[in-house]
Design a binder for this molecule. Structure first.
Ligand code: NAD
Ligand code: ZN
Ligand code: ZN
Length: 340
């Protein structure tokens, strides 16, 4: 089978591998869709010591079960599923509660399938049956995008629920890409907050409006937009899906006193936290990572109810290099997803 593998630091290519076989408690999936995340670019750009290749990339996976190993329910065969891909030790209290994303051994373990261990940019993949969430009837590309772009945004938004429940709350979404456009949908479905979306690309601002953002503007217009939406108070929550130096420098001044800054992006900017400093007094800071199994179930349920929908741009698996180039160049709208 074909698999797109990180073969050395900074290098990934399509290789031919033997078909995998499910072990005990595992299933074999024929991959229907594998999302491409900006994190895949960060992985390929990272210094040599950060990752241990070789492994197959792809941490957003939708597939059809084609075989089951010993102990996995044979009735799963034929079902379309998505995969909860964060990797954990399986033994700590977080893992036992399905929150492998917050595993106590996170520092010493691979981050997830496709992020240190084999992922879904392949014809087939073997995964533990316990990772599966049913996705029958959903568009495979949209379903794949729910597992990280959707799930990470779901946790990022719901973790700030108390701030977002303030009367007249304003939420700022910085970066309307794969994750940010899902976050806008989740904010609109789950909170009453006025959403101010910020991006440097005009087409991303149009997508933000289509996803329900009441205001969509360029970074240099954000301060005025937030002041106007909040009657001068500032944003209750700023969600930074970029976290480059420019967005971090701009985020603090947008926040309301005792507001919350949520850093999701990994673009390498540095936030200087001190008192007094760039964040207003009383502010809190969160750095959520991905989401739990139960949160993925809730994210998929929200999509089924029509509360959110991933916008996708699909590419054949054989054109993964072109898709990655498009993502890097800012030519992807919504989520880029590889399909067979
Ligand atoms: P993406 O490339 O699809 O979207 C990024 C968006 O940000 C684009 O629309 C781009 O135009 C916009 N942008 C870039 N610079 C900007 C600026 N200065 N101001 C405003 N907008 C700007 O990326 P994605 O796949 O959505 O991922 C976003 C970030 O989140 C990445 O850094 C990724 O690694 C990270 N991420 C974190 C987690 C987590 O668990 N914390 C999970 C997934 C992804
Ligand atoms: Zn990701
Ligand atoms: Zn654990």
């Amino acid at each position: 089978m074909h698999a797109y593998r990180m073969t050395a630091a900074g290098t990934a290519r399509m290789v031919e591998l033997p078909a995998p076989r499910p072990g005990p408690g595992q299933v074999l999936l024929q991959v229907r869709a594998a999302g491409i995340c900006h994190s895949d670019l960060h992985v390929l750009d990272a210094p040599a010591a950060m990752w241990e290749p070789p492994f197959t990339l792809g941490h957003e996976i939708c597939g059809t079960v084609t075989a089951t190993g010993d102990g996995a329910d044979p009735e799963l065969v034929g079902r379309q599923v998505v995969v909860h891909a964060p990797y954990g030790c399986g033994e700590c209290s977080r893992c036992r509660a399905g929150a492998t994303n917050d595993c106590d051994r996170r520092r010493s373990l691979p981050a997830g399938l496709g992020l240190g261990v084999d992922g879904g940019m392949a014809d087939e993949i073997v995964v533990d049956a316990a990772r599966l969430v049913g996705a029958d009837g959903l568009d495979p590309a949209e379903a794949a995008a729910l597992t990280d772009a959707g799930l990470t945004s779901y946790r990022a938004v719901t973790g700030s629920a108390a701030h977002l429940a303030e009367p007249g709350a304003v939420a700022v979404v910085i970066g309307v890409g794969g994750l940010g456009h899902m976050a806008i949908g989740i904010l609109r479905a789950r909170t009453g907050a006025h959403v101010v979306a910020v991006d440097t690309r005009e087409e991303a601002l149009e997508l933000a409006r289509a996803c329900g953002a009441q205001t969509a503007c360029r970074p240099d217009e954000a301060a005025a937009a937030v002041a106007s939406a909040s009657e001068g108070r500032g944003a209750d929550v700023v969600l930074d899906f970029v976290a480059a130096q420019a967005t971090l420098d701009g985020a603090g001044p947008l926040l309301r006193i005792a507001g919350e800054l949520v850093l999701v992006g990994g673009a390498g900017g540095v936030l200087a936290v001190r008192k007094p400093g760039p964040l207003p007094s009383g502010a809190s800071l969160r750095l959520p990572f991905w989401g739990s199994y139960d949160e993925l179930v809730e994210t998929v349920a929200l999509a089924r109810q029509g509360g959110i929908r991933a916008r996708t741009t699909t590419y054949p698996l054989s054109e993964v290099t072109r898709a990655l180039e498009d993502l890097r160049a800012g030519r992807v709208l919504g989520r880029a997803v590889l399909v067979p």
